[in-house]
Every structure is written in C-alpha cells, then in structure tokens.
Design a protein around this ligand. Sequence first.
Ligand code: PLP
Length: 425
Amino acid sequence: MTTLEKMNNTQLQQYLSSLSHSYEEVQAQKLKLDMSRGKPCPEQLDLSAGLMNCLSGADYKAANGTDCRNYGGLDGIPETKELLAWFLEVRPEEVIVGGNSSLTMMYDLIAKAMLHKIPGSQAPWSKLPQVKFLCPSPGYDRHFAICENLGIEMITINYQSDGPDMDEVEKLVATDPAIKGIWCVPKYSNPTGITYSDAVVKRLAAMPTKATDFRIFWDNAYTVHHLTDTRAPLLNILEACRQAGNPDRVFEFTSTSKISFPGAGIAMLASSEANVNWLKKQINIQTIGPDKLNQLRHVRFFKDQAGIENHMRKHAAILKPKFDLVLEILESKLGDKNLASWSKPQGGYFISLDTLPGCAQKVVAKAAAAGVMLTPAGATFPYGKDPEDKNIRISPSFPPLSELQQAMELLTLCIELVSAEQELA
Ligand code: PLP
C-alpha cells in the first residue's frame, strides 16, 4: 500500500497543495540541468589528459614494425588487441579493433547482415519478408533505434534479476525463423545495472534456434566499469557458445568510450574466427584501415591491464559519490512511501527507477518544466513505448554533486506530485 492510499481525501488535497507549492518554488529557481545521457563528467575526462601528448613525433611504430601513420592494419595493431582483449577474455585472433565507437560497429554489422549473407545465412536479411530481434527491456535506446532504422521488428522481453526472461526467449527463438538476433548488455546493464547469471549465459549459448543465422549482440560496454571493489562475475559468452556447439552465435562489443574519451576512444568486436574472417572481408571493402595512432596512444598511456584497472578505480572514485547521493536522496524522500522502486547498481552508468504505473511520462515532463532534462520516458523500450509507463533512467555521472542534489530533489518531488495527482484523479 502506498502512503497516498492511506490518506483520506482531505489529507490528500492538503498534501497535493503543499507539494504544488514546493514545485512552484523550485520552478522559480529557473534551474537548467541536463541528466539525459550517461556522459562522463569533465573530471573523468581529465583523468585521460595524458592521452593527448603521450606520442612524440618519432613514436609511431607498432611493436611489429607497422608505421601507424600509414594505411593498413585492418583489424588493429597487436598490442592494442592485447591491451583490450583481456577484459573480454578473448584471444587476439578473435578480435577486430575498430574506430571510435562500438555503436558504429553494431550498426555496421547489422547493415552488413542486411546486405550480405553472414555465416549460416540462407539469404541477406533484407531479402527476407521479415526480420525480428528480441529486445530485453528496459534496455539501451540506441540499440532499439538501430532496429527501427533498419526496419527490424522488435519484440520486448522482460528482464528478471539475472537477465532476460529465458523461458520466453527460448520459446520464441525455437519456433520463429524470422528472429535473427537478441540485444544484450550483460554486465552492469544499461539501465537496470544487472549482470547476467551463469545460468542465463549458458542458456543463451545452448538454446536451439529456428534461424540458422541467429546472433547474440553482446554489448559488453561496462565490463571494467565497477563502482566498488566487488566485481560482478560474467561468464565468457564466446567460450559458452563454443562449448555448446554454437561457436558462431555471438558478436561481442566493447569500447574505451567510458575509459578514455567518448568519441575519441577505441572500439572493438570479438567473435569466432569464422565470423571475424567473414567480417574482415567485408570491412576490407569499406576501409583501408582504422586510426592506428589512436590505438598506439592508448597502448602508451594505459600500458597494460594494471594500467586500465588503476584508471578505472579513479573513475569509480569520482562516480561512486554521485551514485551514493542519488540513492541517498531516493531513500530519504521516497524510501517509506511505496511510490517508486530503483536499482542499486555495482557498476555501469545508470540507475533505473520505476514509478507507479502510468506516471513516468508526466514525471519527466514536470521535471523538464522545472528545468531538469531527463532521458525521455519510454526511451528504454522498443519504439519508445514503455507498456506500463513507469521506467525512468537516471544518469548520475555528468552533473556536479550540487546540481545532482537539486535535480534529484526535484525528481523525487515530481514523483510525489504526479502520484498524488493520479491518486486524486
Ligand atoms: N553500448 C551501451 C550499452 C552504452 O550504454 C553506450 C553508451 O552509452 C554505448 C554502447 C556507446 O558506445 P560507443 O561510445 O563505443 O559507441
């Protein structure tokens, strides 16, 4: 039972009027805060300042003699593969180092599967009457935007505490040959913060699929992005697929966007050698090679695994107080009211908040009207439609603590206000 359900009509009216008064006071402050995207804050970017000048004019050769200033090196220089392959626990020959964005690699790969047969395909996907993807939700809005843009039908799958509802996933992929893929953010998921259990990873790897060219799009964007010293373990999906006899089932992605610089980092993809060889042939038509100087820069700056781990602890030291503040305000303002529930992530970039059903859009609109921009309600679901209109993604990373406090106090006020309005309606 919510606090509002315990009130009589007069109490509810008084409560609403006091909330409205507080809201008007905040509006008068003319706030202008943006919490809409999970961007690192300037202090986090400063951590990688050394990347800007860690190469000298004479330092342009990779260990194998490749001149990084010139064309070539389609799948990445060996030392960059080595630097990054450890955190996906994959072998260098299973890796393609790309440009500055893993999202670009995902879009590109699906566009390629539309145009050309991938290993296991009977036809390019664009030649089929229908292509469908499973979309565990709430999920990453830009995954869903790729599907919408390429005309791929999205099927919403509910999340449970340890991954997608696997009974539903197994049932659907076993019977429908049009289902060609599933989006997964398996660790510190955007936005729920959950990490897939071993059982879920094994079921995804082993499940029979009607489509012979079904693929898991394993977006491991937050693999080293721990907020605490307790690291969520995640089973190696490439290995699980190999062991299950489905070695080509998965494409895994990651990038240094939230390790070094978003927009000026390095992205990479890992998959079976068959998939990697197929993809290299395709990429060979598209480019003469990626930016190897940026790859070399990252190797010089981070040096090795310990260098990256140490660097990620510095990110966590900046981020953790922000996550703690958001959770403290949610607890102190809403903790005993049953008007919302929220995730308490151990890593990643987001806190996922659920209001009472039917309130999220109004809450986000009210916050915007008082100067706080949040991720649009519904964005975390296929087609931007949250069936229960309750999920709000909170991105604590960018604003300074003082602004975060103002934004969260306003958000919790809007939740109380909209819930009270709904109770009275
Ligand atoms: N994947 C997930 C799950 C993300 O949350 C983000 C950014 O927020 C990205 C990918 C974008 O990665 P990149 O900068 O490598 O394109």
